[in-house]
Design a protein around this ligand. Sequence first.
Ligand SMILES: NC(=O)c1ccc[n+]([C@@H]2O[C@H](COP(=O)([O-])OP(=O)(O)OC[C@H]3O[C@@H](n4cnc5c(N)ncnc54)[C@H](OP(=O)(O)O)[C@@H]3O)[C@@H](O)[C@H]2O)c1
Length: 278
Amino acid sequence: MTKDARNMTVVVTGASGRTGSRVARSAEAAGLTVRAASRARGFDWRDGSTWAGVLRGADAAYLVYPSDIGAPGAAEAVGAVAREAVGLGVRRLVLLSSRGQERARDAEEALHASGADWTVVRASWFAQNFSEGPLVEELRVSGELVFPAGEVREPFVDVRDIGDVVVAALVAGDRYTGETISVSGPRPLTFGEAVAEIARATGRGLTYRAVSPQRYGENLLGFGVPAREVEALVEAFTQLLDGRNAYLSDGVRQVLGREARDFTEFAREAAAAGTWKA
Ligand SMILES: NC(=O)c1ccc[n+]([C@@H]2O[C@H](COP(=O)([O-])OP(=O)(O)OC[C@H]3O[C@@H](n4cnc5c(N)ncnc54)[C@H](OP(=O)(O)O)[C@@H]3O)[C@@H](O)[C@H]2O)c1
């Protein structure tokens, strides 16, 4: 840790979300002052007039673009927030990105071009996609997860490891400035194997059913998700779930000097907390 890390104030966007809440927790545990940012806390990615008030006077920021870093408009928004931050003297920026998603590179490049002292953390799929967010209710209520992932393998990363890596990068001075850190869990699992792990942890007969991305898109349209969003999601899933991401990344070990948390540990803890209780 650098000498002045404890005096650092870090703006955490998405602070009520999956990764932001863990970044905030890890930062507080490391002695940093956290300035939580989300729409309820007066920061809106879609409204530039809300940015300066949250960023001014901070030393660093964790940037997480809501929903999908590869979404239309994400790169422009990331670039604009980053330039505003740099202009206000908040030079140290860490951006969450995703592995294997070509459209995510535009947002990374917008960050690089902003003049920030940047670090990009590229993550695999989150283990917490199964316990927090839109997939949970389906699995909990119907006992079945319908998803366009076929038999593809993914090394699900625990978002607590993302929080720890982001904070370690922030407090390490210049060590990770200008670097892209790729993180994943320690074991590639199919979505079926992941649901089977959750079934074991809960004692429920939970199952996974693979559908095509097109069929999944039709289901989303049926649930009222806007066509533009469905199109972007289907494109992202088709790309992300074609097997290109079945490899392991060792960013957690490189930065934290320990192994990444395993999916079994995640499933046991979330089951014990009652996440998938019928
Ligand atoms: N899911 C994955 O497996 C995965 C893998 C790699 C990368 N990623 C990337 O992770 C990001 C999503 O991160 P996450 O899962 O941690 O987020 P999340 O749990 O979906 O939470 C979104 C956060 O952003 C806030 N938010 C939503 N709309 C906002 C707006 N217009 N302005 C300001 N804040 C807003 C929300 O709070 P309020 O609603 O209170 O504003 C919430 O705190 C995406 O960029 C995605 O591409 C995801």
